[in-house]
Design a binder for this molecule. Structure first.
Ligand SMILES: [Fe+2]
Ligand SMILES: [Fe+2]
Length: 206
């Protein structure tokens, strides 16, 4: 009897193609509610995909695939999670919302290219190393199903990084703020450093 279950690489590649279609739909979409729905779907798909790769596929590749390729993959996932968090908490009416989705799509395109690169990519190296792709495919599918069900009832959780260590970031002056005016307002030279902790709310009180 034919095995209906896709193997690990087929499953992960199908995820890649799906999110590419969603990014294309977002680019063509008009209207805030349509854009928000598509962006939420993109963030859900990417969060589930990164989770199953990080929990199941990448660990199975350890020792079989060049360590640098895997380490870069983890860091690329964490980079994408920053934009996913921004999009998840942002509004389609926000000045940078569309740009964040666009830049996320470019980051993902590059990352997917790395995973799928013939011969030297993670998938090719894993295949060549003889990983049990059918067994891994079944585990990935089961975990994906459970995560989709969980997110459908609880929403997408805040992204969890695996390599970024979470140093505090402060929002500096908004792009359109008069930064020169803010700087002139400082009494001592050293206060210029405070520009980097300047917040939009203090500017609005001027
Ligand atoms: Fe992937
Ligand atoms: Fe990935």
């Amino acid at each position: 009897m034919a095995n209906e279950q896709p193997d690990a690489i087929a499953l992960l590649k199908a995820d890649h193609r799906k999110v590419e279609r969603l990014f294309a739909q977002f680019e063509a979409a008009a209207g805030a509610s349509k854009k928000q729905a598509l962006a939420n779907q993109i963030c859900t798909e990417l969060t589930v995909h990164a989770t199953i790769e990080e929990e199941i596929f990448y660990p199975a590749c350890k020792g079989k695939v060049e360590e640098d390729r895997l380490n870069e993959g983890y860091v690329e996932h964490d980079g994408a999670k920053i934009l996913i968090a921004e999009i998840e908490t942002g509004s389609p009416e926000g000045q940078f919302y569309d740009s964040k989705v666009k830049v996320l799509s470019e980051q993902i395109e590059r990352h997917v290219g790395e995973e799928e690169r013939p011969s030297t990519g993670i998938f090719s190296q894993a295949r060549a190393a003889g990983l049990d792709m059918d067994g891994l495919g079944a585990r990935l599918a089961a975990r994906k199903k459970a995560l989709m069900a969980q997110f459908a009832t609880e929403g997408i959780p805040a992204p969890e990084t695996r390599t970024f260590t979470g140093p505090d970031l402060e929002q500096s002056a908004p792009v359109d703020a008069d930064v020169a005016k803010v700087k002139r307002g400082f009494k001592r030279p050293g206060e210029a450093a405070l520009l980097f902790t300047y917040r939009a709310s203090s500017h609005r009180r001027d």
